[in-house]
Design a protein around this ligand. Structure first.
Ligand SMILES: NC(=O)c1ccc[n+]([C@@H]2O[C@H](COP(=O)([O-])OP(=O)(O)OC[C@H]3O[C@@H](n4cnc5c(N)ncnc54)[C@H](OP(=O)(O)O)[C@@H]3O)[C@@H](O)[C@H]2O)c1
Length: 348
């Protein structure tokens, strides 16, 4: 378990290290919730540094941008307005970043929403929540690999449900048959871990983190309950107004989730498989150890971390060992690229 005290100590060490002044971070989905919490902590602890914030509305984000600048006057915070559930837009945003930067140190991704009901197809033919949790996030990783590999200690972080991987139908990775929102969400979780493990084989200087944040009071569950229709709308409304406030009482705050987000992005607890330099992150607070990666072979880490709410490595679970033996990660990665090609073909 990583205590919040350890997290704060590490974040303070990050601030004092001065590493942030030359850092370039890309935040996707940071206009609210866990991403926003992390972005605010990045601004607070970084001395200078740069962040690109990819979101849907610059006007809506202006108060946040003002706050970031207020807490870090020497930092640069650049908003890129885009609807990134479309793969073609992910490419446009990535090209804009590539045109300006020589490296990216942190890619922090947390866009998404929960909605009851059926598939919500984008113009590119992908279910929008599934794109936000998986296809668009992985496209950002893919597009930005040339910049990530230029960083001395690059990190990719996806806030989703690391450790909650379940069996998937490898013939229906987009969940076109018997679609349910829960099935699609679970599918995206397993795909994320397998795709990260596949990418880590070819890009060993990058740390890949797939985190389950626990219950964070971002309003996401209340918004989800508001999308329930029909007979189930009655219990959903009761849950929203009577049960949720009680649950929220036990939840993590956005601020604390953000402190943990910054810790994941900067601590030496999560080294890559093959570091480029001696620097793999901010030195660990006393008593804290390097985390166990998702695969350890002959004592060597694969640089992928599946983390729970308190930033510990999740146990392997039932499905991943078999999937690794069967090379399902390779299939998932190939199919992901096929979905992108189809989507971009449609967009052309
Ligand atoms: N919060 C929790 O307790 C919890 C628990 C487990 C897993 N998770 C997962 O963690 C991730 C982050 O959760 P969160 O609670 O921080 O989420 P959140 O507060 O709802 O924020 C999600 C972000 O996604 C963006 N977004 C929503 N719909 C979009 C769309 N159609 N196109 C582009 N961007 C869109 C939002 O942008 P706008 O500002 O433009 O709306 C916002 O920046 C999600 O994948 C969630 O499923 C959360």
């Amino acid at each position: 378990m990583v205590t919040i005290k350890d997290v704060r100590e590490s974040n303070l060490a990050f601030k004092l290290s001065g590493h942030a002044s030359t850092m370039v971070a890309v935040f996707v989905g940071a206009t609210s919730g866990i991403g926003m919490g992390t972005l605010k902590q990045y601004a607070k602890y970084a001395q200078g540094g740069k962040a690109y914030i990819v979101g849907r509305s610059k006007v809506a984000a202006q108060p946040l941008l003002d706050e970031l600048k207020g807490s870090n006057p020497t930092g640069t915070f650049e908003f890129i307005e885009s609807e990134i559930s479309l793969i073609k837009n992910v490419d446009i945003v990535s090209e804009a970043i590539k045109a300006k930067e020589k490296k990216v140190d942190i890619l922090f991704m947390s866009p998404g929403f929960l909605a009851a009901g059926g598939r919500i197809e984008s113009a590119e033919g992908i279910d929008v929540p599934h794109a936000l949790r998986y296809y668009s996030r992985l496209r950002f990783v893919y597009d930005l690999l040339p910049l990530l590999t230029e960083s001395p200690a690059p990190r990719v972080i996806s806030i989703l449900a690391g450790g909650k991987e379940k069996a998937i139908d490898i013939n229906d990775l987009e969940v076109r048959n018997d679609f349910t929102f829960a099935k699609a969400a679970s599918n995206g979780t397993t795909q994320t871990t397998l795709a990260f493990e596949e990418l880590a084989k070819s890009y060993p200087s990058i740390t890949f983190i797939h985190k389950y944040p626990g219950f964070v009071d971002t309003g996401v569950i209340g918004r989800f309950l508001g999308t329930v229709t029909g007979l189930m709308a009655i219990p959903a409304t009761i849950a929203k107004w009577a049960v949720l406030p009680i649950l929220n009482f036990f939840s993590t705050t956005v601020d604390e989730a953000g402190e943990r987000g910054l810790f994941l992005a900067t601590s030496a607890r999560y080294p890559p498989s093959k570091p480029k330099t001696d620097f793999v992150g901010v030195e660990l607070p006393q008593g804290l150890e390097v985390a166990t990666s998702s695969v350890v072979k002959d004592g060597a880490s694969n640089g992928v971390y599946r983390l729970g709410a308190l930033d510990d490595s999740a146990p392997d679970g039932d499905v991943l060992p078999r999937y690794r033996l069967d090379d399902v990660g390779k299939t998932v990665w190939e199919e992901t690229q096929a979905v992108w090609d189809r989507a971009l073909g449609r967009a052309a």
